[in-house]
Design a protein around this ligand. Structure first.
Ligand code: NAD
Length: 508
């Protein structure tokens, strides 16, 4: 079978997915009624499904269903063993449909199948397994220092969680929120990106057999200013967990301020990738390429600002560009494809526009920066690298969110630390050096939530993931999610009753 024939077969995954994507409220999919929006396959530009937008009434119904399930339903009080069973059933359902979900994700996002099948879908399943295991060991605190008292600190579910996701890793990222919120006994209203709702909608179908009580999970679909705004401004929610752009995060935090509601914000990035001249050259090269071109370069944690120390800079950039130009661009479902299309026409144009912006700022185009010859349908663009001499240039400060590397050359360790930190973002940082002391020194002073030393991105869900500065608030991962999706309650109980001061009594 040729790659193209295999791709045609994989498109059958669409047959199982909802072609008319609607909300899911109080245990059932709602009838299509909202504004109809096309869902495109970015590799062809063709419409593959229709999204029926949830308006404010539907959002209200979804929040009410979640509220009712939280206030009156069994889920928040369900024992750990029963909750674990449900979470593991969802894990198993995802794994049983992993091929189909991966194909669907690739069709909807343009991310190559090797990445959706190899990483994102197994990770989506693992999120449920991880939190099923985590809650087994989750515990409160007990203090006895206050004489005569036991002071108990316990965690309770937060309530109704609004879970709003981005388009770049739809199921992988939204499932993290869903798994954690459910594990800690919450009820939810999920809102995926209006561009990539297919796998989350399919998950809602699959979850039907997993034992969740009615109203615990609800789904709304639609654009940010319609459905997203109605959800994040709804008085019936208790918190928002959001992953997306920094400006959207700012708007949501503004809406939440009215109700003094909490939020977790996983926002944008422009992460530094620092290559010292004592690095293992080949590994640093492999890591730099993967760090900026995986997931079609549409990654919050992309190492898109690459700083190379002068003695190896020329050789490194030459090798980088040569490899970049050999990256296999093609159908996301095709065997061997390494880079798929951008999510939409605007994102493709944004890549090309930034080449002009960079040149206007004095940067040099090292390679790429154009549409792909012979691939006019679909939103394909060449992977791109530019060399800049100005860290304050837009090219070095703004998140492009595509396969676009910006190089800068540095001389000294202190200098590169300063340059790396001169950013409004602080999501991740990469350091390549064989010097143990230098690795620790630099890791200690970079103002970012995660540092990867001599490795491209890897995640350990036990550890925290999130951003400094405008890259976010809160941390995902085991304890981070526990903090995010629970309220803390302190209960004090006297074991030896102390006399209580009698106001108005004989000792007044
Ligand atoms: P986006 O901010 O445009 O949209 C994200 C979600 O928010 C979508 O579901 C959208 O419909 C919704 N939304 C938009 N306006 C809203 C509003 N006013 N109220 C409520 N919801 C609203 O982001 P995107 O383009 O989908 O994703 C790309 C961005 O996400 C990048 O900046 C990327 O860095 C960031 N991201 C961050 C992480 C992380 O973990 N820090 C992970 C992935 C993506």
């Amino acid at each position: 079978m040729t790659g193209a024939e295999a791709a045609i077969g994989l498109r059958d995954a669409l047959a199982a997915a909802p072609r008319n994507v609607t909300g899911f409220v109080a245990g059932g999919f709602v009838r299509p009624h909202g504004e109809a929006l096309p869902i495109a396959d970015p590799a062809t530009g063709q419409t593959v499904a229709i999204l029926h937008e949830s308006d404010a009434h539907e959002v209200d119904a979804a929040v009410r269903a979640a509220r009712h399930a939280f206030d009156h339903g069994p889920w928040p009080k369900t024992g750990i063993a029963a909750r674990q069973q449900v979470l593991m059933a969802i894990h198993d359902a995802i794994m049983a449909h992993a091929d189909e979900l991966a194909a669907l994700e690739s069709i909807n996002t343009g991310v190559p199948l090797a990445q959706t099948r190899g990483m994102h879908i197994p990770r989506a399943a693992y999120n449920f397994k991880f939190f099923a295991e985590y809650i087994n060991h989750s515990a409160g605190e007990l203090y006895q220092q206050e004489e005569g008292f036991l002071t108990l600190v316990s965690r309770e579910p937060m309530g109704v969680c609004a879970l709003i996701g981005p388009w770049n890793v739809p199921l992988g990222l939204t499932s993290m929120k869903l798994a954690a919120a459910l594990a800690f006994g919450n009820t939810c209203v999920v809102k995926p990106s209006e561009m990539t709702p297919l796998t989350v909608a399919r998950l809602f179908q699959l979850m039907g057999d997993c034992g969740l009580p009615e109203g615990v999970v609800n789904l709304v679909n639609g654009r940010g200013h319609v459905t997203g705004a109605a959800l994040s401004g709804h008085p019936g929610i208790d918190m928002v967990s959001f992953t997306g752009g920094t400006e959207t995060g700012r708007a949501i935090m503004g809406a939440l301020a009215k109700g003094i509601k909490g939020s977790a914000m996983e926002l944008g990035g422009k992460s530094a990738n620092i290559v010292f001249d004592d690095a293992d050259f080949d590994r640093a090269l492999d890591g730099a390429l993967l760090g900026v071109f995986a997931n079609n370069g549409q990654m919050c944690l992309a190492g898109s600002r690459i700083f190379v120390q002068r003695p190896i800079a020329e050789r490194f950039m030459e090798a980088f560009v040569a490899r970049m130009q050999s990256i296999r661009i093609g159908d996301p479902l095709g065997v061997g494809t390494e880079l798929g299309p951008m999510i939409n026409a605007a994102q493709k144009q944004r890549m090309i526009d930034y080449v002009g912006i960079g040149e206007g700022e004095g940067a040099t185009l090292l390679g790429g920066g154009k549409t792909v010859p012979g691939m006019a349908t679909g939103y394909f663009v060449q992977p791109t690298a530019m060399l800049s001499h100005d860290n304050r240039a837009r090219l070095c400060q703004e998140e492009i969110f595509g396969p676009f590397a910006t190089f800068q050359v540095f001389d000294e360790e202190d200098e590169v630390v300063w340059l790396a930190n001169e950013s409004r973002f602080g999501l991740a940082g990469y350091v390549w050096t064989e010097g143990l002391g230098r690795a620790h020194r630099v890791a200690q002073v970079l103002r970012t939530g995660t540092i990867w030393v001599n490795t491209p991105m890897v995640r350990d869900l036990r550890s925290a993931f999130g951003g400094y500065k405008e890259s976010g608030i809160g941390r995902e991962g085991g304890r981070g999610c526990e903090a995010m999706y629970t309220e803390i309650k302190t209960t004090m109980i006297p074991v030896t009753p102390r006399p209580i001061h009698k106001l108005g009594g004989s000792n007044a």
